[in-house]
Design a protein around this ligand. Structure first.
Ligand code: GLN
Length: 259
């Protein structure tokens, strides 16, 4: 059984805007550098808009729940990636079908790598991925570590922190999540960062990503509402939690800093 982390009712005052079911993938093995914070941001921003939110976790061997509207997964060591491989392969067809159906997903670092075709580790083993992204990753000699800023036509400026040895190469037709302004991104060479396919975002940005980039959180939530057959409340609700002043200031400072 997948564990229920928590359930919260919406806080917009008035009738519920409907229920969203969020699934955290592999939190036992894939959840470092504060990646769990992304799920908390999604849950809170949804609640502030009046949605009821149920957060479920899925670890190897669990039953995959039905009716998932949003999937979130984090980073992990190579060893964590190896531990989830068999289970991820067993779930590949379902996860790919959800992605093709428009279920929004956010996968960070180690799980991003495994949403591509494969990850070749520094020890020479090949960890197969599930090919949601047309991309593959090969371990490099050093680690790409530090603050990173990128830009994207869809999301504007994005700020985060990266720490990986894997060097990811996108196929020519695979869209990146952003273009590097400062930092290394997918491989330190071609200026791409992350990948975007269907409504699935893959990225190396930890830190957590979503508190610093609420526009990305709301992009995911809007698509989750649609996947749930609900109306997207958007900015029609004026909850103080949705005031972006502090996040904007933090982002401006991050954008102006060297790596
Ligand atoms: N093990 C992978 C790498 O170093 C992923 C690391 C991570 O998720 N932070 O490339």
């Amino acid at each position: 059984m997948s564990a229920q982390f928590y359930e919260h009712s919406g806080e917009a005052g008035g009738a519920s805007a409907g229920a969203l079911r969020v699934l955290q993938l592999y939190p036992r093995d894939m959840n470092i550098y504060g990646d769990w914070g992304n799920t908390r941001v999604l849950a809170r921003r949804a609640q502030w808009r009046g949605y009821d939110v149920e957060v479920l976790s899925y670890d190897p061997g669990d039953e995959l729940p039905d009716g998932v509207h949003l999937v979130v997964g984090g980073g992990g060591q190579d060893s964590g990636q190896e531990r989830i491989t068999a289970d991820l392969q067993a779930r590949a067809a379902e996860l790919r079908a959800w992605a093709a159906d428009g279920v929004p997903m956010l996968v960070i670092c180690g799980l991003y790598q495994l949403f591509g075709h494969r990850f070749l580790t520094a020890r020479g083993s090949e960890i197969p991925g599930i090919s949601v992204f047309d991309a593959e990753t090969v371990a490099g000699d050093g680690r790409l570590i530090g603050n990173i800023t990128t830009t994207s036509e869809v999301f504007g400026g994005i700020v985060g922190y990266e720490n990986h040895s894997g060097l990811t190469t996108l196929a020519p037709n695979q869209a990146p999540f952003g273009r590097v302004r400062s930092g290394d991104g997918n491989n330190g060479q071609d200026g791409t960062e992350g990948a975007l396919a269907h409504h699935v975002i893959g990225t190396y940005l930890h830190g957590s990503l979503l508190p610093k980039n609420p526009a990305v959180a709301d992009w995911l939530l809007e698509r989750a509402a649609r996947a749930a057959g609900l109306e997207w409340v958007g900015d029609a609700v004026a909850h103080p939690g949705l005031d972006g002043t502090w996040a904007d200031r933090a982002r401006a400072v991050a954008m102006s800093r060297p790596r």
